[in-house]
Structure formats: structure tokens, C-alpha cells
Design a protein. Sequence first.
Length: 163
Amino acid sequence: MTNHLPTATEDDILNEMEALVTLFSDAFPDATIVRQNIPKEPSPDTFVIAFQGDGTENETALTYVETREWQVIYVSGTAESDSSSVMRALNKAKKLTIGNPRMVIPINDGSLRYMRVSNFGISQVAELEDEQKSGLGVLQTTVRKARDQQVYDKIMNTGVRST
């Protein structure tokens, strides 16, 4: 008896992060996309996609929902006008995710699964130690998952006796 339903793996968070990296790489082809950690000296026009946290909620006996928060950090240059660039980039990121009519992001794991977008909040522009302007967006996504269920072999033959 084997289970043929998709199940959670230890790579789920990494697959979901890669889905976000792909989304941002396609939407911002000239930007540098970095995973998880802000570089010590980021170049202007850099996005950092970082996992912030998650929670799991029971839904039914067969499914549960994982809610994740992702930091979307954008770093611009040192000019005063770069504050506007930060807000423009984060607003475009917001429209890319929450403004998407389907509000879903395909997961790049060979399955047909996707992340549903539920929220995107933006903070004010801040200045880094090297005087570059930066901003933070927090993206909230949910993924519905199936629980492991025992699968039984099908009954292939039946018979009827009559007397």
C-alpha cells in the first residue's frame, strides 16, 4: 500500500523560495536577485528574497494549510531620488503578487502546485550603512497540502455464486 498523493518534503520552503526568485527574475530582468541574506555590499537594483517565518493550520482530516511570510527587500542607489526608485520597485512587486488576477505563484517542483498570495505590505524607505536606500515588503503566501493517507490496492476481480 503506497500513497500517491503529494506530500510535504524538507525541500518545500526551498522550492517555494525558488518560485519567488523565478517570479522576480522574470519581472525584473535587470535586477540582481539574492536568496535569504543581504550582501554586505549590495549593488544597486538588488532584490533579496528571504524566508521570514511560517505557521501550519489544520483544515480538514485530509488537508492542512501552511502560511509563510517572505521578506522582499529592495536596495537602490545612494542618490536622494533612489528613495522613489525603492517605492516604485516595491509597488511593482506588490502589483506582481497581490495584483495578479489569479493571485497564485506556480511552485517549481515539477508538480502542478502553487502558492496563493494573501497579503503584501510595504514599509518606509530606510538608509543602509553605506547610504544606499532600501525598502522592505512582507509577502504572505499559503499552500494547501494533503496529509499522508494509506492507499489500499484496488479490488480487481469480483465474483458472484448463485445456487
